[in-house]
Design a protein around this ligand. Structure first.
Ligand code: MRU
Length: 349
């Protein structure tokens, strides 16, 4: 996969491979202001929890670039821009986390000059981007141990290179299994309504010559009952302190089915996806998106005018249905409240 998030200091721009057009067209969306970054996140030009975290870190740099240091109010304006950026989408905690990290650099020296802060932020954003890539590779290496040679893995949504700083969380594990010589094939659930599975997961895996077959979301029970699925492996948007997992709508149903058919259910996510302030999934905000995404195919509405729809973008899978959480620092097993606390006991994330 080519790099889909590119920051150019010379051009003072952030270039994003526009995921709304994939796989049909590879178009680039150019962000020059914070408002462009907010719009790219809201409209799903870029999506996936770690990817929007990385983009938000670069978005902070664009925010600083757009201000003049002789402007007496630059601190206030910058702070407001960061607030708006952090609120672009509510569920993936990586977004909030990235902006918090950039703020912490500023807080460490509140009297810093804007030029100096910008310099520190550009470096920090690039580091954050490469840290995410390294975390994915580490997760892949550890997680691939869970996949047997010859197995078929069901995925949901897109938790690949496009959803991260590169390589992917769930798809990183699959890529890593392939690199270590295993044959693994994938069933990618299409993932209504935005079709991340059919469009993006299939696109990435097909490019990498990893066998992938797309299935309707509602085929999962049948495929499992036929013994065609050996493991379910997904990413996450936010993981609570007790191990409850917020991820793409439909994930919880898959986990329930997996339990019914005695199939292991795994989640791969970096430490930046954990929210220890959320005691359980009940306190994770679940985004509701515009109704056209569900009611229309392209610009044609097929749900009768006047009939409302539900468009929750995420759901919460209770921790009791999760067999393992794959992180860059190790594979966590139940009881998750304990294994998560241990994981974070020696870090400030
Ligand atoms: O609405 P999206 O496409 O941003 O949702 C993405 C997901 O739910 C992914 O599974 C999750 O962010 C993990 S990505 C590594």
């Amino acid at each position: 996969m080519k790099r889909h998030i590119r920051f150019s200091e010379e051009e003072q721009a952030l270039l994003l491979l526009d995921q709304r057009y994939l796989p049909a067209e590879e178009k680039w969306f150019v962000c020059r202001r914070t408002s462009d970054v907010i719009s790219a996140i809201k409209k799903m030009v870029v999506r996936g929890a770690p990817a929007i975290g990385v983009v938000a870190a670069y978005g902070c740099c664009l925010a600083a670039l757009s201000l003049g240091s002789d402007d007496a109010k630059w601190q206030k304006e910058l702070s407001n821009k960061l607030l708006r950026l952090a609120e672009a989408r509510p569920t993936a905690v990586n977004l909030e986390y990235a902006v918090k990290r950039m703020r912490a650099i500023w807080k460490a020296d509140p009297d810093i000059r804007l030029e100096d802060l910008l310099w520190l932020w550009i470096k920090a954003a690039k580091d954050f981007h490469s840290e995410d890539l390294s975390a994915n590779k580490a997760m892949g290496k550890l997680g691939q141990e869970l996949l047997a040679d010859g197995s078929t893995v069901m995925t949901h949504c897109n938790a690949g290179a496009l959803a991260t700083g590169g390589y992917g969380t769930a798809l990183g594990v699959i890529r890593s299994a392939k690199s270590s010589g295993k044959t693994v094939s994938v069933i990618a659930n299409e993932t209504r309504p935005f079709m991340q599975g059919a469009r993006l997961t299939a696109y990435e895996l097909h490019q990498d010559d990893i066998p992938v077959r797309v299935a309707c979301d509602n085929a999962a029970a049948l495929l499992m009952s036929k013994g065609l699925v050996d493991a379910v492996l997904v990413g996450a948007d936010r993981i609570a302190a007790n191990g409850d997992v917020a991820n793409k709508i439909g994930t919880c149903g898959l986990a329930m089915l997996a339990e019914q058919f005695s199939i292991p259910f795994y989640v791969a996510a970096p430490m930046s996806t954990f929210d220890l302030e959320a005691a359980s999934g009940g306190s994770i905000p679940l985004e509701e998106r515009p109704e056209q995404e569900v009611a229309c195919l392209g610009t044609t509405r097929f749900v009768p005018e006047g009939v409302p729809v539900y468009n929750f973008a995420f759901d919460v899978t209770p921790h009791r249905l999760v067999h393992a959480l794959i992180t860059e620092r190790g594979i966590l097993r139940p009881p998750f409240d304990r294994s998560i606390a241990e994981l974070f006991s020696d870090t400030t994330v």
